[in-house]
Design a protein around this ligand. Structure first.
Ligand SMILES: NC(=O)c1ccc[n+]([C@@H]2O[C@H](COP(=O)([O-])OP(=O)(O)OC[C@H]3O[C@@H](n4cnc5c(N)ncnc54)[C@H](O)[C@@H]3O)[C@@H](O)[C@H]2O)c1
Length: 439
C-alpha cells in the first residue's frame, strides 16, 4: 500500500479546462461563483477543496492542513470553462434566466460570463421531451463522437490548457436500463457505428471524453457512463469516471439523518418526501420518463443505509415515497418536506418533520467544483475506472458490480479523506483512539 506515494502525483501545472455538457442553472452558478471567488466577491462555501481542513497523523501531533494545500489541486485561477448546450444562451444570459444568483453578483461578472458561449450540443429531443434546442450538431452517432473530440481538442488548444475534465450538468435524460449495446466495449462501438437508438446523447459525450483521456463525472442520474462498456473503456484508457447525480437537497438530508437513526438502532416505518421546484430541471423532471430516472436514484439510498434484510425488526416494513412537483413560482428555490415515522423503545412511534428551504444550484455548484478538481487529481495520480472515493458527492454512487454502493455521508467522507492521505503517503486514520492510549 505504501509504495503509491504523493510524489507519484504529477503537479497541477498549466490550465485546466472544465467542460460541461449542459450550461443551465448548475453550470452557470458554478462558473459565476468561481469567478466571483477569484475576484474576492464571494466565498466558495460548500466546497471541501476550498474550505476544508484535513487531519494528518495522530491527534496528539495536532497536524491539520487545508485540503487544497495538502494535495496538488488545480488553483481556481487556472480553471477555464467551456461547454455545450442546445440553448444558445451565453453563460451570463443563462445565469440571469436561471435567477439563482442575483443581479448584484452577476453585474460585475457580465463581461466574463458573456464570453462563455455554449458549443453546439449533441442533443436528441427523444431523451428530453420538454426541451427544444437549436444549437445542435448533426451527423451519425459516430460522427457526433468525432465532432465532440474535435471540440475538446480545439478548446484546449485555444485556451492553452494542459488538461481537461468533463462534468455532465445537462438535463436528466429519460429512464433507461443498460441494454445489449451497453454490455461490452465491442458491442457499444458496433452500436455507435450502427447509429443504435439505445445510445443516449450523454453516452456520446462520455465516450468522447473518456476516449480522449478526459475524466468524466456525471451530475445527473442518467446511465451515461454507468454500464459495462464505458467502465471497460475507462479501464482501457486509464481514465477516471464517477457518478451519478449530485447529492444535494433532500437526498443529502437523508444521508445525514438516516445513518444517525440507524446508528442508534431506532426503527423506521416510513419516510415520505415531497418537494416543489420551478426551475428548468423541475420542468424536465415533470415528464414521467425523466422523473423515473431521478426516482430510481433517490429511492436506492435508504435501502442501503438501513439494511432491512439484516434488521427486519427495525426496517422490514419501511415505506419510502418520493415525489417532485414542478411549481413555477418557486424557481430554483426548492422547498422539501419530509415526514419520517420512527419507532423507539418498546415499539413506541415518533415523528420527525424536516422542512428544507434550499437552493438547488447553490448546493450543487460546490460539488461541480470539487468533482472537477478531484477528477483532475485522479488523472494526475494515474487512477482509472470508477472513483468510489467520490461517492460523497453522489446520490447514486457508481460502484463495482461485486460490492454495494456506500450511501452514508460520514463513511463516504472518511473514505474520501483516507484516499487523499493515501495518495500523499500519509498514515490512514482508523479512529481507533490509540494515539493516547498506546503512546
Ligand atoms: N441542482 C441540483 O441540486 C441538482 C442535484 C442533482 C442533480 N442535478 C442534475 O443536474 C443537471 C443540471 O441541473 P440544472 O438545474 O442546471 O438544470 P437546467 O435545466 O438549468 O440545465 C440543464 C441544461 O442542460 C441542457 N441540455 C439538455 N440536454 C443536453 C445535451 N444533450 N447536451 C448539452 N446540454 C444539454 C439544457 O438545455 C439545459 O440548459 C440536471 O440533470 C439535474 O437533474 C441537479
Amino acid at each position: 500500500m505504501s509504495e503509491f506515494k504523493g510524489n507519484k502525483v504529477a503537479p497541477a501545472e498549466g490550465k485546466l479546462a472544465v467542460l460541461m455538457p449542459g450550461m443551465g442553472a448548475v453550470a452557470t452558478t458554478f462558473i459565476a461563483g468561481v469567478e466571483a471567488a477569484r475576484r474576492g466577491l464571494g466565498k466558495p462555501i460548500g466546497s471541501l477543496t476550498q474550505m476544508a481542513h484535513i487531519r494528518l497523523g495522530k491527534r496528539s501531533e495536532k497536524r491539520w492542513q487545508m485540503i487544497k494545500d495538502f494535495v496538488p489541486l488545480a488553483r481556481l485561477e487556472d480553471l477555464v470553462f467551456g461547454g455545450w448546450d442546445p440553448i444558445p444562451d451565453d453563460a451570463y444570459t443563462a445565469a440571469a434566466k436561471a435567477r439563482v444568483l442575483g443581479p448584484e453578483l452577476l453585474a460585475p461578472l457580465k463581461g466574463f460570463l458573456s464570453g462563455i458561449k455554449p458549443m453546439p450540443a449533441v442533443f436528441d429531443h427523444a431523451w428530453v421531451k420538454r426541451l427544444e434546442g437549436r444549437n445542435v450538431k448533426s451527423g451519425t452517432k459516430r460522427e457526433l463522437v468525432t465532432q465532440l473530440v474535435q471540440d475538446i481538442r480545439a478548446f484546449m488548444d485555444k485556451n492553452k490548457c494542459t488538461r481537461a475534465v468533463m462534468v455532465w450538468c445537462g438535463s436528466t435524460e429519460a429512464y433507461q436500463e443498460a441494454g445489449p449495446a451497453h454490455q461490452s466495449l465491442t458491442a457499444f462501438e458496433r452500436a455507435l457505428d450502427a447509429n443504435d437508438p439505445s445510445i443516449a446523447p450523454s453516452q456520446i459525450y462520455a465516450y468522447a471524453a473518456i476516449s480522449t483521456g478526459v475524466p468524466y463525472l456525471n451530475g445527473a442520474p442518467n446511465l451515461s457512463a454507468d454500464f459495462p462498456a464505458m467502465i471497460e473503456l475507462a479501464e482501457k484508457k486509464g481514465v477516471a469516471i464517477g457518478g451519478k447525480d449530485f447529492k444535494t437537497g433532500q437526498t443529502l438530508m437523508k444521508t445525514i439523518i438516516a445513518p444517525g437513526l440507524k446508528a442508534r438502532m431506532l426503527g423506521m416505518e416510513g419516510w415520505f418526501s415531497t418537494n416543489i421546484l420551478g426551475n428548468r430541471d423541475g420542468e424536465v423532471l415533470d415528464d414521467p420518463a425523466n422523473f423515473k430516472t431521478k426516482e430510481v436514484s433517490k429511492l436506492s439510498v435508504l435501502e442501503q443505509i438501513l439494511e432491512p434484510e439484516r434488521y427486519p425488526e427495525l426496517y422490514k416494513d419501511l415505506q419510502h415515497k418520493v415525489s417532485i412537483h414542478y411549481y413555477k413560482p418557486r424557481g430554483d428555490n426548492k422547498e422539501g418536506w419530509d415526514n419520517i415515522d420512527i419507532v423507539g423503545w418498546m415499539g413506541y412511534p415518533m415523528q420527525i418533520k424536516v422542512n428544507f428551504l434550499c437552493r438547488d444550484s447553490i448546493l450543487a455548484a460546490p460539488i461541480v467544483l470539487d468533482l472537477a478538481l478531484f477528477g483532475d487529481l485522479a488523472a494526475r495520480a494515474g487512477m482509472k475506472g470508477i472513483q468510489e472515493w467520490l461517492s460523497f458527492y453522489f446520490k447514486s454512487p457508481q460502484h463495482a458490480p461485486s460490492v454495494y454502493p456506500e450511501h452514508d455521508l460520514f463513511v463516504q467522507k472518511v473514505r474520501l479523506e483516507n484516499n487523499l492521505r493515501y495518495l500523499m503517503g500519509e498514515e490512514l486514520i482508523n479512529y481507533l483512539g490509540s494515539d493516547y492510549t498506546n503512546e
